[in-house]
Write a protein that binds this ligand. Sequence first.
Ligand SMILES: Nc1ncnc2c1ncn2[C@@H]1O[C@H](COP(=O)(O)OP(=O)(O)OP(=O)(O)O)[C@@H](O)[C@H]1O
Ligand SMILES: [Mg+2]
Length: 446
Amino acid sequence: MFKNVTSAFKISIIYFIFSLLWIYYSDSAINFLVKDFQELQYLQTIKGWFFVTISSILLYILTRQFFINLQKEKDKLANANYILEKVIENAPVIIFWKDKNGVYQGANKQLLEIMNLKNKEELIGKKDSDFNISEKEDFVNDDLYVMTNKKPKLNYSETITTKNKEKRVLNSSKVPLFDNTGKVIGVLGVVQDITEQSNRQEQIKSQEQLLIQQSKLASMGEMIANIAHQWRQPLSVISMLATGIKLQKELKLSDEQSEIESLELINDNAQYLSKTIDDFKNFFKESTIKNKVYSDDIVKKTLKLILPRLKNRDIKIVENYENVEFNAYESELIQVFINIINNSIDALEEIEADKFIFIKTNKINNNLVIQIKDNAGGIKEEIIDKIFEPYFTTKDEKQGTGIGLFMCNEIVVKHLKGKIFVVNESFEYLDKTYKGSLFTIELPLV
Ligand SMILES: Nc1ncnc2c1ncn2[C@@H]1O[C@H](COP(=O)(O)OP(=O)(O)OP(=O)(O)O)[C@@H](O)[C@H]1O
Ligand SMILES: [Mg+2]
């Protein structure tokens, strides 16, 4: 602007000087050459006309150039505006901007679509509070936050409920708009509709949940065998005691004291049966909330569920616990332990020597560390990297599907944000040297 003014001033000065010089010298020349008064007047008139003609031509050239340039600038500006408008209209995101009072100044059609508006006239000049949107208060608060703090708010999740009551999930960013002096004059919003991605994630999550459930069902067969085994003993006790009482009655030998004792024992055993049902029921229930749990409690519950398998095979459990409190989905964690211990039991079946499973829990650097080790000889080095892959198994179809450790990994890493890994280890126990696999689970405690 300033440059243009000085240029115009320069041109005027040059014109002024040339004009003065022209008038002065041309007058002097005429006065010198012509002495006749009438001729002099005639020449002066022609000179005046000549001066006006030249000035007009100059003025014409200059203004013409000025208007051509102005038009060019206008075209350039219009073109830039057009491109900017196209960019905003066709960007695969919702874009809008509001003034400092939260009044919509502009937006692309993506915003109109999600707000169910027919044209921009229905939007421009209005505020969020003019629309019937349940989240409008949040939108206004975010605008205020961004404008008063003069700071952008980036990549946050929110929802918008459309006219037909559909909830869309949004990933939003808002930035303050400043004028030349740094004063906030409004807010710019860029929003992405991520409903589909978020639905897909939900789907993946529920598929995962389903897989966990399936894997629990897969172990159900075995569990039922366990229940049957666990029940045989108390059932036969109950039946024996009941028969005893009946016999005593028939033989008229009944003695009050021993009858009460027998009935108490029957009650104890019935309680035990009902308790085992609860244990199994809890295990098969889908976990939805993380609970406060204790590490040795979980290990004990696990061992209770697989005790018959251990007893049948003469496997000794060597326990070493530091009791640690943490938050977890209990039944999922129990499943992790069952899968690992079941693998150890399978592997121990192949050996002749004494059979041990070592379970150790402790707290190291704000992690709960659980180690499960057996003395079954370890995992072959050529497959040790593959055992956490889904459907990897070295067992025949009836014995294994290969999802046990995959599930362990999913639960530990994805649900509990922990780590699980395995190494083969040689170790001494009661003066003998053994070799086996050592599974370590690390769970963060915060
Ligand atoms: N303690 C272990 N000792 C030796 N090999 C093991 C041990 N634990 C796992 N493995 C090996 O890792 C493989 C994968 O184990 P994973 O639990 O994932 O599947 P699986 O036991 O074969 O089948 P599933 O658990 O689904 O019934 C097993 O087939 C076995 O070869
Ligand atoms: Mg297994």
